[in-house]
Design a protein around this ligand. Structure first.
Ligand code: SF4
Length: 198
């Protein structure tokens, strides 16, 4: 069992709400109960997909996800929903949430436009320090994403680190760190004691 107590304490000290669950199924059931009758936008996320959240929430909410709908319009529509769901590329034990983005919809939507944002984060995304969280986002999560998307980048071939490539296929175009919830937007971190996402 992962000890989330330090990261929970540090997230709360920064103003984030936090819930922790032993399994993805329990986390999904919690979110299914908490989000009802809302418009809900999803960021690109293998974690959200693995938890089956789109299928659960669309039964009683209006859910917009560019992985399930026409991508361009869905990305734009998801910027203005009541609720936004995302995962993170890394979470520091000190409480910073780190995300890299290529298109920018996910990074932007976690910073503005919603009543509330939820980050659903598996134990594998935890890093001891902020520097290690940034390192993980750049050298672990991003190369895996580049490989998944069949990008022609050095990281996708070798899968060992980021090469800070200048490729037109580059998937890392911005890095966003949330030090605290954005003003006027509630932000909750849902921790899951399972390996989820990249
Ligand atoms: S900057 Fe380029 S090499 Fe580095 S992780 Fe992103 S796509 Fe890969």
């Amino acid at each position: 069992m992962t000890d989330f107590s330090t990261v929970e304490k540090n997230l709360r000290a920064r103003g984030f709400a936090v819930q922790a669950f032993a399994t993805g199924a329990e986390a999904a059931a919690y979110l299914d109960g908490a989000i009802d009758g809302k418009t809900v936008g999803f960021g690109g996320s293998a974690t959200l997909n693995a938890l089956g959240l789109y299928e659960l929430l669309e039964k009683h909410n209006t859910v917009i996800w560019h992985w399930k709908q026409e991508a361009g319009p869905a990305r734009r529509a998801a910027m203005q929903t009541d609720i936004y769901l995302s995962s993170a590329n890394a979470l520091a034990e000190t409480g910073e949430i780190v995300n890299i983005d290529g298109v920018g919809n996910r990074a932007a939507a976690t910073m503005f436009g919603h009543e509330k944002v939820y980050f659903v984060i598996g134990r594998n995304k935890l890093a001891a320090t902020y520097d290690e969280a940034v390192w993980r986002a750049r050298n672990v999560a991003a190369p895996r994403r580049a490989r998944q998307l069949n990008k022609r980048t050095p990281c996708a071939v070798k899968l060992d680190r980021c090469y800070d490539c200048k490729s037109p296929d580059r998937v890392c175009r911005a890095l966003v760190t949330l030090w605290a919830p954005m003003e006027g937007m509630k932000t909750e971190v849902v921790l899951v004691d399972e390996d989820l996402g990249l």
